[in-house]
Design a protein around this ligand. Sequence first.
Ligand code: PMT
Length: 223
Amino acid sequence: GETARLTGKRVLVTAGGTVERLDPVRYLTNDSSGKMGYAIAEEAARMGAVVTLVSGPSALPVPDGVGIFRVQSALDMREAVLARFEDSDLVIKAAAVADYRPAVVAEQKIKKKSDSLTLELIKNPDILQELGTRKTHQFVVGFAAETERLDEHALDKLKRKNCDLIVGNDVSQEGAGFGVDTNVVRFYDKNGLVQALPIQSKSDVARKLLELAGDRMSAAPEE
Ligand code: PMT
């Protein structure tokens, strides 16, 4: 039936923001609450999947029946995701991974000295892009959080990162994106826009995304 499409499928979901340490008491992060990724994990479990959630720091309760693995940095998240990738059927990357991390993590608290302080940041590996390169049987879904030209940027990310689907998230819209309980998203595949959803709860967005992914996974592979 409608909800049985993920029965027994192994689903790996990432959620939340990463934490990039500067020193023992300071870090860089972003506004991701984990709500979108946790909603995906919860709905996937309801649809019969075996779900693992790799999560940055989040205060949210772990959904029933979901296995949780907590991480801090983008490097930790990369390790956790790659370790579980081979044994996954569907991977959904809702996490807001930091693009950069401090070049040096100070062992002691950084002292206040001059009037200005320059931080050097270095690029983090792009986990989604690595999955796109490595994937064999896995169905890989990325997210694209954008504040302008959503269609163009989302499709560009889908192609560059070799995803099967991408969820375009216009985070400049009211009731969409970081921290809120609702979202406004568009689903794309390599041919372009598949579905544009009006504002709705993150649980409803999650269910529609999982139904689409489930349909595409069970369809005969394209030539
Ligand atoms: O957690 P909430 O408060 O509910 O907010 C939800 C959300 C806005 C975080 C979520 O809906 C969302 O859009 N997540 C993706 C945020 C993001 O970092 O997007 P991006 O466009 O920078 O990255 C594109 C994709 O590449 C994402 O799937 C991301 O997980 C992945 N990525 C990015 C950088 C990196 N170094 N490694 C990655 O894997």
